[in-house]
Design a protein around this ligand. Structure first.
Ligand SMILES: *Cc1c(COP(=O)(O)O)cnc(C)c1O
Length: 415
C-alpha cells in the first residue's frame, strides 16, 4: 500500500510552513466582509481583532483540566452565567454546558432525555423521539448514536412544525419532542409553546433546537420585532441547544446545551470511575477542549455587551429587509421568516442553477431541496454588501434567463 502524501523526511522552516499554509488558503474563497453565504457568522473587524487576541492568550490551554486553572475557571463560570441568563428568559436555575457545536449540543440534549426517561419510565425498551421533518439532520445523527427511534412528522402548510400531527404520533415509547427556533431548512420558528404544552400533557422531554436563534432572538425582540417565546420562559421546555459560533459571533468550536434545572442537568452528566485513574467527568461528549474558544467568547460578550448585541441584531435584520426588497425587484420570491435565515424561490429558474451561478460569481451558497430554495444566512456584515450582491445576482439571473447553461450548484452538504 502506498500513500500519495507522507510525512516529510526533514522538517521545513517556519517561513516555508507558513507559506504552504497560506497557499492552501489562497485557493479558498476569502469569505471577506459580508459574503453572507459563508456559513460563519461574523462581526466587524474590530470585534475580530478582540476575538483573535483573546483566543491567543489561551491558545494552547485545555479547558478539561480546569481544576488547575482558577483564572480560566472564573472566566468560564462568568461566561456560563451570561449564557444561562440569555437563554433563561427570566427563569432561575438554568444550567449551561459548553460544547463543540450544535451537533454535540443536540447529542447531549437528547442523551439527557434518554437518561431521564430511563429513570422515570424504565419499562420503555426502545425509546422514541418525535420531531418535525424540518429538524436539523444532526438530530438524526444523534438519534442514531443514542439508539433512539426518530419519527419525523410533515410540517404544516406554513412550513412550521405541526403540533397536532406531532401529538398524534406520540406512542407509549415516546420520550421526547423536538422543536426548532428557527429550523435550518425553512428559517421558521416552530410553535414552541404548543409543542411544549403537549410535552407537559404527555410527560415528555422537550428539546428546543435554537442553534441559530438562541443568541439572536432576545436581541431581535429588543428591536421591537414580534417573536414568540422559545426560551425557558416557555413552560415545559426541558433543554435548549444554542450555538455561540453562530450568533454569539464566537470562533469555532463554541456552542451551549442548557437545561431548565439542576435536576435535569443530572441526566447530562456521565461520571465514570471504572478505570485505573480518578473519577472522570467532562463538560460534554468531548474531553480535551480549547480554552481559547472560551476566552474568545468571553471577549465577544464583554466587548459587545447587550448594546452591541442589539446593534448587531439591528444590522442583520436591516440587511435582510433590504435584500428582500431587492430580491422581489429581481423577480425572486423571498420567504417570510422571523430571523436571519433568508430563503427565496427562484421563480421560473432552477434553484440549483442559481446556486451554481452565484457560487461561481463569488457568492458561495447552498439551499433547501424540498422545496427548492436558495438559502442566505445573514450576519451583521451583510449590510455592507447588499448592493454588490444584488448587482451580481441581477447579472446571474439575466444570464440564466437568456438560456445560457450554468454549472448546477448543489443545494445540499454532501461533497
Ligand atoms: C448549525 C445547526 C446545527 C448543527 O450545528 P454544528 O455547530 O454545525 O454542529 C444544528 N441545528 C441547527 C438548527 C443549526 O442551525
Amino acid at each position: 500500500m502506498s500513500y500519495a502524501y507522507t510525512l516529510p523526511k526533514q522538517g521545513m522552516s517556519p517561513a516555508d510552513v507558513q507559506q504552504r499554509i497560506e497557499a492552501f488558503r489562497a485557493e479558498d474563497p476569502t469569505f471577506e466582509r459580508g459574503r453572507m453565504t459563508a456559513y460563519c457568522m461574523k462581526g466587524s473587524d474590530d470585534l475580530q481583532e478582540v476575538i483573535e487576541n483573546a483566543y491567543h492568550v489561551y491558545f494552547f490551554q485545555n479547558a478539561l483540566v480546569r481544576r488547575f486553572m482558577p483564572g480560566m475557571r472564573k472566566m468560564e463560570e462568568e461566561l456560563r452565567s451570561i449564557c444561562a441568563s440569555i437563554l433563561a428568559g427570566g427563569t432561575p436555575g438554568v444550567r449551561v454546558n459548553f460544547t463543540s457545536g450544535g451537533s454535540e449540543s443536540l447529542l447531549c440534549g437528547l442523551h439527557a432525555a434518554r437518561e431521564w426517561a430511563r429513570a422515570k419510565r424504565p419499562q420503555i425498551k426502545q425509546p422514541e423521539v418525535v420531531a418535525p421533518f424540518s429538524a436539523h439532520a444532526t438530530i438524526s445523527k444523534a438519534c442514531h448514536y443514542l439508539n433512539l427511534k426518530l419519527t419525523r412528522i410533515p410540517v404544516r402548510a406554513d412550513y412550521r412544525a405541526d403540533p397536532k400531527a406531532m401529538e398524534a404520533a406520540i406512542g407509549p415509547d415516546t420520550i421526547a419532542l423536538v422543536a426548532s427556533a428557527p429550523s435550518w431548512p425553512y428559517g421558521k420558528i416552530d410553535p414552541v409553546s404548543e409543542i411544549a404544552a403537549i410535552g407537559q400533557r404527555h410527560d415528555l422531554w422537550v428539546h428546543v433546537d435554537a442553534c441559530v436563534g438562541g443568541y439572536l432572538s432576545p436581541f431581535v425582540a429588543r428591536l421591537g420585532h414580534a417573536l414568540p417565546a422559545t426560551d425557558f420562559s416557555v413552560p415545559g421546555v426541558s433543554s435548549i441547544s444554542a450555538d455561540l459560533h453562530k450568533y454569539g459571533y464566537a470562533p469555532k468550536p463554541a456552542s451551549t446545551v442548557a437545561y431548565r434545572s439542576e435536576e435535569l442537568q443530572q441526566y447530562h452528566n456521565v461520571a465514570r470511575g471504572d478505570w485505573p485513574s480518578a473519577m472522570y467527568l467532562s463538560e460534554g461528549v468531548i474531553g480535551s477542549r480549547p480554552a481559547g474558544a472560551l476566552a474568545a467568547t468571553w471577549a465577544v460578550m464583554h466587548y459587545l455587551g447587550e448594546q452591541g448585541f442589539v446593534e448587531y441584531a439591528r444590522r442583520t435584520m436591516d440587511a435582510k429587509q433590504r435584500l428582500i426588497e431587492g430580491l422581489i425587484r429581481l423577480g425572486m420570491k423571498p420567504w417570510d421568516t422571523e430571523l436571519s435565515i433568508l430563503l427565496f424561490e427562484t421563480a421560473e429558474l432552477s434553484a440549483e442553477a442559481v446556486v451554481g451561478a452565484l457560487t461561481e460569481a463569488g457568492w458561495p451558497c447552498m439551499g433547501t431541496m424540498r422545496p427548492p430554495l436558495v438559502q442566505l444566512i445573514i450576519d451583521p456584515l451583510v449590510g455592507d454588501v447588499v448592493e454588490d450582491y444584488l448587482r451580481d445576482l441581477e447579472k446571474v439571473l439575466r444570464r440564466l434567463r437568456s438560456g445560457k447553461e450554468a454549472k448546477r450548484g448543489d443545494l445540499g452538504y454532501v461533497d
